[in-house]
Design a protein around this ligand. Structure first.
Ligand SMILES: Cc1cc2nc3c(=O)[nH]c(=O)nc-3n(C[C@H](O)[C@H](O)[C@H](O)COP(=O)(O)OP(=O)(O)OC[C@H]3O[C@@H](n4cnc5c(N)ncnc54)[C@H](O)[C@@H]3O)c2cc1C
Length: 405
């Protein structure tokens, strides 16, 4: 079959590989000049096991994230060699309860235990592949003195070790992009902006512009994997936009610690508008703090083309404020000064999710991420990955669905 995949982000690339692996011929379209140039490279790289979502005690988000996380590494291993830098991970994250958490420490503790049980359940007796971590190990509570040695214990009021890691999204993007570009059954069309798709009797036509000129192409199936461009094309095709969606622009800081600087622990602060520190090998860290790093929000069907790299003066503002606000309670960050970090990069992108209010509201739907996945109508399919974590899982699911038609 000939399949048109719209959007050459991480989701579109995973899908193209999964379809080509099943013998299909894929045309992959993206409006930019190279693949995985937006949220797919500018994210934090956490491969979510579900521990983050204590504000969804229904465990529906935890269940879907566990499925996605357990599918991630086995999928990528089919395309990249195991010595690829794409498999290098951060140290495992501690989950730390912030003093202003929307969930009490005992609720977070119970949630982490329940999420862990789900992960074990999803592993289903098999030895799960998750970046060499032992997923059977339940979250382990830190002692008071351990907490005090890393954080201001009056702000970090409880903490648990988990085995959740982050990949390096840049290395992953590079590996997958090269694999797509060299695949004999995938044709890549860059500088190609998609406007809509139209059903035919036995095919589907996609319509777009390339270098200012309109083009059309016909396929057996077309898949919308456009992330922040997805709703506009779904709407133009005729799918009802059934939910209230929010597009948010969020940044994070990637930096290399100066020699002899203290290395902070990977830690995720829950539950609410907080953030995390992700510690990679060789002194690389990623910091994000929601009150500083969340810069824009819109309910428009199509958000603006937000820049993925923050330029000055925004870069320095985010860098300085993130460090100073996180250093209030992360001891290892206290000696760090923005002027020591001329190479720090502030990168980010759109987060697309169903919701009406921001996450300062404990009841916001943005605390959930389970209404995601595939919508199909005739030969048109639309994927909302919800998270980078879920992209390989949904790629396989849709490739199986299309290949079985
Ligand atoms: C700051 C930040 C941190 C995040 N952290 C994590 C995390 O730790 N873990 C996690 O699991 N997820 C995380 N996410 C979410 C994750 O990045 C996204 O869920 C995922 O990357 C989205 O899929 P994608 O990679 O295909 O999107 P994109 O990379 O944005 O791909 C969409 C592609 O479509 C193209 N496009 C859009 N419109 C059109 C059009 N009309 N025509 C042609 N091309 C078009 C774009 O150019 C782009 O290449 C984070 C997101 C952000 C912004």
């Amino acid at each position: 079959m000939q399949i048109g995949v719209l959007g050459g982000g991480f989701q579109g690339c995973c899908l193209a590989l999964a379809l080509a692996e099943r013998g299909n011929h894929v045309s992959l379209f993206d409006k930019n000049t190279h693949l995985i140039s937006r949220a797919g490279f500018a994210n934090e790289g956490k491969i979510h096991l579900g521990y983050m979502y204590a504000n969804d005690p229904s465990l529906q988000t935890a269940a879907i994230m566990a499925r996605g996380a357990l599918a991630f590494e086995p999928f990528i291993k089919r395309f990249l060699s195991s010595d690829s830098k794409a498999f290098e991970t951060s140290s495992p994250a501690a989950y730390v309860v912030h003093r202003e958490s929307q969930r009490a420490p005992e609720e977070v503790a119970a949630y982490l235990g329940n999420a862990h049980d789900l992960i074990v359940q999803h592993a289903d007796g098999k030895t799960p592949q998750y970046f060499g971590q032992n997923l059977k190990e339940p979250p382990r509570r830190w002692s008071h003195s351990q907490r005090e040695s890393e954080f201001d214990g009056s702000i970090a009021v409880d903490a648990y070790d988990t085995c959740e890691v982050a990949i390096n999204p840049l290395a992953m993007a590079k590996g997958i992009q090269n694999c797509v570009l060299s695949h004999p059954r995938i044709e890549v069309h860059l500088n190609s902006e998609i406007q809509t798709a139209e059903d035919g009797k036995s095919s589907i036509t996609i319509i777009g512009t390339r270098n200012g000129r309109r083009f059309t192409e016909q396929f057996d199936h077309a898949v919308n994997a456009l992330w922040d461009g997805r709703l506009a094309v779904d709407q133009a095709y005729g799918l009802p936009i059934s939910h209230r969606w929010i597009h948010r622009l969020k940044y994070g800081v990637s930096l290399s610690l100066p020699r002899n600087a203290a290395m902070p622990r990977s830690a995720t602060f829950v539950s609410g508008p907080f953030g995390e520190v992700v510690s990679y090998p060789r002194g690389q860290i990623y910091l994000t703090w929601y009150p500083v790093c969340l810069r824009e929000m819109t309910k428009a069907v199509k958000p603006p083309d937000w820049p993925n790299i923050a330029e000055e003066p925004l870069r320095n503002q985010i860098l300085s404020d993130t460090i100073s606000q996180m250093a209030e309670f992360i001891l290892a960050l206290r000696e760090l000064r923005p002027e020591m970090l001329p190479e720090a990069i502030v990168k980010g992108g759109a987060i697309v999710a169903v919701g009406e209010t921001d996450i300062y509201d404990p009841k916001s739907e943005l605390h959930n991420r389970y209404e995601i996945g595939i919508t199909s109508h005739n030969r048109y399919h639309s994927i909302d990955p919800g998270k980078l974590t879920m992209a390989p899982y949904f790629a396989q699911q849709l490739a199986d669905q299309i290949s079985s038609i």
